[in-house]
Design a protein around this ligand. Structure first.
Ligand code: NAP
Ligand code: 2RA
Length: 393
């Protein structure tokens, strides 16, 4: 029908088309609520995670602890406190413990002073963790008393190392053996720890048959009294003797006490502990342990015979890639491990890597580490960190 004048209807042809949203704007209009929803959801999730994170210490025992350091005034104890502070170990209350002679003495930890207490008082305080470095007799008597009240003990003495019911742990190698039931855990001997740190990856690849190790051990391995003996002798001062002979300008083929088989106790620790740590008794070790007038760390000349042959470059690369081990092996630039450089470091240093040309599949190595750190304090703190992280305390 033709459009009429005055007709109130506007002809269809002249109608403005309904407002249409351009396609790109339509996408935008859907996108905004979607983004808003995501934002709100992400924030809710984030807050939920925060709450869960705060609750983690309660559920996983990943928490600040009451910690007793037994032997806090000793050579190892002092380094233990230093390592705990450096690694920010989560301590809510520190209990420095020593013999009755030291009760009341003051020690400093992270800028705060603490009074040394005795073992009775430490047990009464019921710590979550006790790290012992106070000699075998103290550990034999007191570690079970702490364990009986639920404290986990990490022990640096030789008291429990070969006890079949106790774990002997170097965390890089066998931390996985630890369980919540382990209430007394043994830290291996200092000269053993640095040895197995290097032998473990080689054994895994080439299978060890026999190890011959000769040690050159620092006076700090004997404790405060021996360090004083060396210092006195160097200063020409008369003093208490830790060894039966002068140590300055000397070498004593005598570390720890002599046993009936003619070996020293230190030599037998080296011969027995590695098999337990590596959970393998198929290889043999023989040792000669010598005390020398150094104070930065222990050194070891090691000869290892393997079942399989090796490539020297592959050995170097294997050790270079082993966590906790540092390769220092450039004879051309006089680069090799020394106690002077290993002192106060956590790593185990290895060098002088060469083929023993006198028999097949045999390697010579030189291994150095600070006996007070990886050989004692650092290893013990690493065990405690593992227990805490895994909720095993
Ligand atoms: P240290 O310097 O002689 O210190 C011994 C510590 O044990 C001191 O704090 C001493 O307290 C304390 N102590 C001694 N008798 C005690 C008792 N009856 N009750 C409570 N505390 C007592 O010896 P260290 O070199 O630190 O060695 C300590 C332990 O760690 C030994 O078992 C040793 O075999 C082991 N270890 C040492 C090394 C090392 O390289 N030095 C490495 C690995 C393991 P006072 O100050 O009150 O006498
Ligand atoms: C040493 N066995 O005589 C000690 C340290 N644990 O060096």
């Amino acid at each position: 029908m033709p459009a009429m004048a005055g007709n109130r209807y506007t002809p269809i042809a002249t109608l403005t088309p309904p407002a249409r949203v351009p396609p790109n704007r339509r996408v935008f209009l859907h996108f905004v609520p979607f983004i808003t929803f995501c934002y709100i959801f992400a924030n809710l999730a984030k807050n939920a995670c925060r709450v869960l994170h705060l609750a983690l210490p309660l559920t996983q025992n990943f928490s600040f602890m009451k910690v007793a350091i037994v032997g806090a005034t000793g050579m190892v104890g002092e380094v233990m406190l230093k390592v705990l502070a450096e690694r920010e170990f989560p301590i809510s209350e520190l209990l420095p413990v020593a013999s009755e002679r030291s009760v009341g003495k003051r020690i400093t930890y992270r800028g705060r002073e603490y009074q040394v207490i005795g073992l009775e008082a430490a047990v009464a305080a019921k710590p979550d963790l006790a790290i012992f470095s106070a000699g075998g007799d103290t550990s034999l008597e007191w570690a079970p008393k702490f364990a009986a009240i639920g404290t986990t003990v990490v022990d640096n003495s030789s008291a429990w190392r070969m006890d079949p019911d106790k774990k002997l742990v170097v965390p890089e190698i066998n931390a996985h053996v630890l369980t919540k039931k382990d209430k007394i855990i043994a830290n291996p001997n200092c000269s053993t720890i640095q040895l197995v740190m290097v032998l473990a990856p080689l054994h895994q690849k080439y299978t060890m048959r026999r190890v011959v190790v000769s040690t050159y051990q620092s006076v700090s391995g004997t404790g405060v009294k021996a360090v004083r003996q060396l210092e006195n002798e160097m200063a020409g001062v008369q003093g208490e003797m830790a060894y039966p002979y002068p140590i300055n300008r000397n070498a004593l083929p005598h570390c720890d006490v002599f046993l009936e088989n003619g070996y020293t106790k230190e030599e037998m620790k080296l011969a027995r502990e590695p098999q337990k740590i590596l959970a393998d008794h198929s290889f043999a070790i023989t040792a000669t342990a010598v005390r020398i007038p150094t104070s930065g760390g222990h050194s070891e000349a090691v000869n290892v015979q393997f079942e399989k042959d090796f490539d020297l470059e592959e050995v170097r690369s294997l050790l270079d890639n082993t966590p906790g081990v540092v390769l220092q092996d450039h004879p051309g630039s006089n680069t090799y491990p020394m106690p002077l450089h290993a002192h106060d470091k956590d790593e185990v240093f290895v060098g002088r890597i060469r083929r023993d040309e006198s028999q097949p599949n045999t390697l010579n190595l030189w291994i150095v580490a600070d006996n007070l750190r990886k050989g004692a304090a650092t290893n013990a703190v690493q065990i405690a960190e593992y227990l805490n992280q895994q909720g095993l305390l």
